[in-house]
Design a protein around this ligand. Sequence first.
Ligand SMILES: NC(=O)c1ccc[n+]([C@@H]2O[C@H](COP(=O)([O-])OP(=O)(O)OC[C@H]3O[C@@H](n4cnc5c(N)ncnc54)[C@H](O)[C@@H]3O)[C@@H](O)[C@H]2O)c1
Length: 303
Amino acid sequence: MAAKARIAVLGAGLMGHGIAQVFAHAGHGVRIYDTAAASLDQVRTRIAANLRDLGDDETAAERVHPCADLADTVRDADFVVEAVSEDLAVKRKLFAEAESLVRADTILASNTSVIPITSIMQDLRGRERALGTHWWNPPFLVPLVEVIGTQWTSPTAIAWTMELHAAAGKKPAHVKKDVAGFIGNRLQHALWREAIALVEQGICDAETVDTVIKAAFGRRLAVLGPLENADLVGTDLTLAIHKTVLPAIDSRPAPSPYLEGLVADGKLGFKSGEGFRKWSPQAQAALRAKVVQHLKKARASDA
Ligand SMILES: NC(=O)c1ccc[n+]([C@@H]2O[C@H](COP(=O)([O-])OP(=O)(O)OC[C@H]3O[C@@H](n4cnc5c(N)ncnc54)[C@H](O)[C@@H]3O)[C@@H](O)[C@H]2O)c1
């Protein structure tokens, strides 16, 4: 991998500006493209403010070049990462256009949350250099980037991308099959399904579910993954627990009717003031601030 790669970021929204920030902070030159002038206009200021808040070198924002023209953005790029709206048709169109403008060896990556990489990239001519890089919000505070290969992605493209992200201070994880939810969201939503089922079945209320997680295994999760934990307690004990507990756990292959009911009733969470619980504007702001503080502390202790 070139020590200084030329990065192109497509989409200057919540994720795109944060991804651009990480690469610029790592010393790479970044061009960033968006169809909305407002997103482009504020991208450098937004990045500089984040860097300042984190105590990082603010001048890194000067390595980010907003571009209103796609060709100018991607022409010289070694690596193109797309973070535009979560819309398959929009992403496919953008990659078709970008592919016609880049070198044959430029790597093309999508930061989609849930759309299979295969369906985004299937019509490209050079599918061996196309893959997924799934970041977590905020990109400059959450270390993981899942690097997803399709059946066509070359091992060289995966290795180069893993190295690029590791060198930029991220924790890349290789997802060997392009499955829905990749790894992180499969695990996260397996937990959310059971959390909802516990409330739906009247076993406890929503606040209690969150308390149990945060005050128990949530405390350990950042340093003790479930499979490390299974080895720690013993695979034999894990097997015994599963024989008793798994038949009782929710395994419905569809969203819970309880969740569907909340949405139907307009209980959409923060955006409507009530979801599983009620949320005043003050409570929302306090929780958001608490999460960011926690992530900043974790980043500082990683350093
Ligand atoms: N928000 C998250 O927590 C999160 C986490 C991981 C992945 N993602 C994924 O990242 C992608 C971006 O999400 P976001 O939260 O940053 O959205 P966002 O709405 O904040 O930003 C999207 C940006 O894309 C721009 N855009 C739309 N169509 C475009 C086009 N054709 N060409 C250029 N720019 C275009 C918009 O103007 C906007 O600035 C989505 O695929 C999303 O699913 C989001």
